[in-house]
Design a protein around this ligand. Structure first.
Ligand code: AMP
Length: 293
């Protein structure tokens, strides 16, 4: 077994010096995160490690990006357990942790130039969180310029986000290949998320209703019951019964994210989001199931 030392960089200049020293040795794989790491992130790092091979370099960033949080959202209370995250990244055989401060990323305050996520950034999550995807695209564009990876690894958990970032990479010619990794779930189906730790003991079992709604709709579609209205009603009702305040729950086209009208045609993505108490939950399912990465 190759014993690896994990390098931690907090400044762009130190990272770039190291980057030059490993350039050409093997592929550089990059997993951007906001930290508060869980096995969902771990799966992305594992895919990176497998893809990298022994000569490749697996880099993970931890940066809670203020630009993607709206006023009244959870930026200040977002968990930042850096010591625990560092230990997990070592266990997952990460080569590089890039953990810059806000001042390092935004030395002149919020950027005056930003990346416009386009029409996909205006629907669903984008409509409920104005400016969110502009913040996401801008920070990921900066991170791609800084890290200069060969492969970027994103999670299907944030379906709309990975779609917009793929579009950004394509439209702006970033020289990077994008891989989307499947969602890692708790035993009851709840998608793992850093925000799940906000859930109270009473809320936690009810949070699985979002997955129950998605799974039910996927089974209905597979069984040929494809009328949109009853599917939307059933999904919404399953989530409501568990106490969720539903933002949206519906089948959409997996490339345009346009809502399916009247009858579902496959492939489609089932999108669902809502609030349980003060915790926002989002999840999705593709039907038919995608091939594993
Ligand atoms: P975050 O730290 O929440 O910004 O997430 C960082 C990356 O991990 C994003 O590409 C997410 O889509 C991905 N991710 C988050 N939760 C999961 C999960 N449960 N399974 C797989 N990937 C995930």
């Amino acid at each position: 077994m190759i014993r690896r030392v994990m390098h931690t960089f907090t400044t762009i200049s130190d990272w770039r010096r190291f980057r030059r020293s490993v350039s050409g040795v093997g592929p550089l794989l990059f997993v951007p995160t906001m930290g508060a790491l869980h096995p969902g992130h771990g799966h992305l790092v594992t895919i990176a490690r497998q893809t990298a091979g022994p000569a490749g370099c697996v880099c993970v960033s931890i940066f809670v990006n203020p630009l993607q949080f709206g006023p009244g959202e959870d930026f200040s209370r977002y968990p930042r357990p850096l010591e625990n995250d560092t230990a997990l990244l070592r266990q997952w055989h990460t080569d590089v942790l890039f953990a810059p401060s806000t001042a390092e990323m935004y030395p002149h305050g919020a950027t005056t130039v930003a990346v416009d996520p386009g029409p996909l950034g205006e629907i669903w999550e984008g409509k409920l969180r104005p400016g969110h995807f502009r913040g996401v695209c801008t920070v990921v564009a900066k991170l791609l310029a800084i890290m200069a990876p060969d492969i970027l690894i994103l999670g299907q958990k944030d379906f709309q986000q990975q779609l917009i970032l793929r579009r950004m990479v394509r439209d702006l010619n970033f020289p990077v290949q994008v891989l989307t990794a499947p969602t890692v779930r708790e035993a009851d189906g709840l998608a793992m998320s850093s925000r799940n730790r906000y859930l109270s003991a009473q809320e936690r079992p009810r949070a699985a209703a979002i997955f129950e709604a998605l799974r039910f709709a996927a089974a209905e579609i597979r069984a040929g019951r494809r009328k949109v209205a009853p599917l939307v009603d059933a999904m919404t009702e399953t989530m409501r019964r568990a106490g969720l305040q539903v933002d949206y729950a519906l089948p959409c086209h997996p490339e345009t994210l346009a809502a399916c009208d009247d009858v579902v045609t496959e492939p489609c993505v089932l999108l669902a989001a809502g609030k349980l108490g003060s915790t926002r939950l989002i999840d999705n399912l593709l039907t038919p199931d995608p091939k594993p990465v």
